[in-house]
Design a protein around this ligand. Structure first.
Ligand code: SF4
Length: 66
């Protein structure tokens, strides 16, 4: 299956590691995942400086990864 989460034959998203196949609601291609992450980055960049700093401090060790 062409899913971004599939790594070495296991699902890296589900705890059990088994792929749910066509009914999985988390399925995305690598391209769709890259687009999703870019959308998140765009949203974060659109926030005021103080909010970006607060998010970077709280979740990314003070580093802005967007
Ligand atoms: S389709 Fe779902 S269960 Fe399968 S690899 Fe992707 S995220 Fe995991």
């Amino acid at each position: 299956m062409d899913c971004f989460a599939m790594k070495d034959g296991k699902c890296s998203v589900m705890k059990c590691g088994k792929c749910g196949g066509g009914t999985c609601h988390f399925h995305k291609t690598r391209e769709e995942q890259a687009q999703s992450l870019e959308k998140v980055s765009e949203r974060l960049r659109s926030l005021p400086e103080y909010q970006q700093e607060a998010i970077a401090d709280k979740y990314y060790g003070g580093v802005r990864k967007w």
